[in-house]
Design a protein. Sequence first.
Length: 103
Amino acid sequence: MITITKQASNHLSSVSKGLNNVEFSVEGGGCSGMNYDLKFTHREANDEDQIIYFNNGTMKLLVPFSSYVYLMNTEIDYSEDLLNGGFKFGNPQANRTCGCGTS
């Protein structure tokens, strides 16, 4: 299961501009070998996607099957801290991380 904190849910809702689907995936690259990718999308879920409803069920987090194995048990958080603000991904499966917060 992937969880979204209240802070992350509130921020996504406030910047959604009417888009209710958010895709969460990983792709090769970055300091630690994988980059997290979190983006609004017009695409609808397919049969292989994991779907997590948030913001009182009004928004959907779509996780492609190919990324889900890497993202299981990840927590998506958001901070407004001036120095290290932004989305934070707490992934217990990550063997190593870097200071940029995206890999």
